[in-house]
Write a protein that binds this ligand. Structure first.
Ligand code: GDP
Length: 424
């Protein structure tokens, strides 16, 4: 069976933890989109890790970790990540890289930086990992596919062609040093050497695995609201964050994705700019940020403090719908145990009217949150294993959210560890 683990909101919902947990029963974990721009934090028997490129299931000896064709593959980052986990005692993970994946090149990272610099105050708050320039090039058909590393003649011709176009911008728009085709070719040769042992026809591998009845997890990065089509455009990422894209970014038939586990955090957080209706500020936000996640809500890649807010039923209902949730994993509930009462955003007021629909960006910019206050439970719920053992107000919170979003919460996460999970 193929299951997708994806985010309902702005990302950082705890997909890494849920993937790591589900990977125990899985054979294969596939990253199908995004790049090293967002991190997944995982706490397990080997320690605490922030992964950027490797699938979160790579800690088990029995799993195969796959970088699908939809990923923005940064080869040096992938290899440093493998090295860093092995150095900390994790068994050498079994890795396969799609021959159709494309590579983030050093100039993508530079262009990302230069463009943010150029935009100044109007910047996107990019993590400057080269993701937008990478996907732009992929769709402009001037990207480098892993398979092309093994065609020397093509590479030699292509580096010249790429440098010609890139250098026009570097010279006239950004006023920065130019690219050298020979240097670029050498970089590509290094990448070839690094990636060669892992290159695989992934769609064919997965087709066979599906036929053999293997358990496959598709691991999404970020969440619905960062999807370029269905999110808060233009403050979105550059690849689709939806489970549906899992079929494309891994190369499997869409009907094989039978379970879509949408991860929703018990409050909201976001990195980068863009509409965030239930956002809170000041001391209220600082307190939640400090207590949030596992050791505070700070970006796993950038260390930036995340923007904080209350649980947003409007955004989460929409987020789950677009993902096609069969299951909702409701995470980080333990963090809310300090509050006397818990505000929840149950509607958006736009131009004097209240809606529970998630609208396009121009309308969201005008939206004000409609809050409802639920009683808190004022205890530490970590360690609880059975749903019935949760305090009544805590169960009421879960059930209220479930009713508002309209999708079944089948898992409640009450701590960062693999075993901190309550099945309903
Ligand atoms: P991802 O990008 O969706 O994988 O999310 P992140 O890893 O950025 O953020 C989730 C953070 O919350 C990490 O620090 C996790 O260790 C932590 N976390 C996940 N689930 C829980 C939970 O149920 N309770 C607590 N306290 N922390 C959790």
């Amino acid at each position: 069976m193929v299951k997708a683990v994806v985010g309902a909101n702005w990302g950082d919902e705890g997909k890494g933890k849920i993937t790591d947990m589900l990977a125990k029963e899985a054979d294969i974990i596939v990253r199908f989109q995004g790049g090293a721009n967002a991190g997944h934090t995982i706490v397990n028997d080997y320690g605490k890790f922030a992964l950027h490129t490797l699938p979160s299931g790579c800690f088990y000896g029995h799993t195969t970790s796959i970088i699908g064709n939809g990923v923005a593959l940064n080869i040096p980052i992938l290899f440093n990540e493998i090295k860093s986990i092995v150095e900390r005692g994790v068994p050498q993970p079994k890795i396969l890289v799609s021959d159709r994946a494309q590579m983030v090149m050093p100039y993508h990272i530079l262009f990302d930086q230069y463009e943010e610099e150029r935009l100044g105050g109007r910047s996107f708050g990019s993590t400057k990992s080269g993701i937008a320039p990478f996907y732009s090039d992929k769709y402009a058909k001037i990207g480098f596919q892993v398979s092309e590393l093994f065609d020397e003649e093509l590479l030699q011709e292509k580096v010249v062609r790429i440098c010609e176009t890139k250098n026009v911008l570097l010279e006239h728009l950004y006023h920065k040093p130019l690219l050298d085709p020979q240097e670029l070719l050498e970089t590509l040769h290094q990448y070839r050497e690094m990636v060669e042992p892992y290159v695989c026809d992934v769609s064919s591998y997965l087709w066979n695995a599906i036929k053999e009845g293997k358990e496959i997890l598709l691991e999404g990065q970020l969440g619905t609201l960062k999807d370029p089509d269905h999110g808060i455009y233009p403050m979105v990422t550059s690849s689709s964050t939806l489970a549906a894209y899992g079929a494309i970014g891994a190369g499997i038939p869409p009907y094989e994705i039978q379970k879509v586990i949408v991860v929703c955090k018990a409050y909201s957080s976001a990195v980068g700019a863009g509409a965030f209706v239930s956002e809170i500020f000041g001391d209220e936000a600082d307190e939640l940020r400090k207590r949030g996640g596992d050791g505070g809500e700070y970006g796993a890649t950038t260390g930036r403090p995340r923007r904080m807010g209350w649980f947003d039923c409007v955004a989460s209902k929409y987020g789950c719908r677009l993902q096609g949730a069969t299951d909702v994993a409701f995470t980080v509930l333990d963090v809310l145990g300090y509050l006397d009462e818990i505000p929840v955003c149950v509607g958006y007021e736009i131009d004097g009217e209240v809606t529970t629909d998630f609208h396009v960006t121009s309308k969201l910019e005008k939206a004000k949150p409609v809050l409802k206050y639920l009683p808190g439970w004022k205890t530490d719920i970590r360690g609880i294993k059975k749903y019935e053992d949760l305090p009544e107000n805590c169960r009421n919170y879960v059930e209220f959210v479930e009713e508002q979003i309209g999708f079944p919460i089948t898992m409640v996460s009450n701590g960062p560890g693999r075993n901190d999970i309550i099945y309903r």
